[in-house]
Write a new protein. Structure first.
Length: 76
């Protein structure tokens, strides 16, 4: 769902476990948020940006994958 965030995490060698530990959330919760089942709250997104990606914008990191959105509309 968050293609840019996933790509930047891969570049930095970060895992969803790393995010879960930092945010003090369960791995399953972070996984569901990364895959679009639930949303990241603003404060969580800001924490991720400030800690791991200070030189990147929130808009870039948390831009939703447009291909998934259009596919969902087709199947609805």
């Amino acid at each position: 769902m968050y293609r840019n965030l996933k790509a930047e995490m891969a570049r930095e060698g970060l895992t969803m476990v790393d995010l879960a530990n930092y945010l003090q959330l369960r791995y399953a919760t972070v996984n569901e948020k990364m895959n679009g089942k639930y949303r990241f709250y603003y404060d969580e997104a800001l924490q991720i940006k400030k800690r791991f990606f200070p030189n990147l914008s929130l808009e870039y990191l948390f831009e939703k994958d447009k291909t998934n959105q259009s596919e969902e509309g087709v199947h609805s």
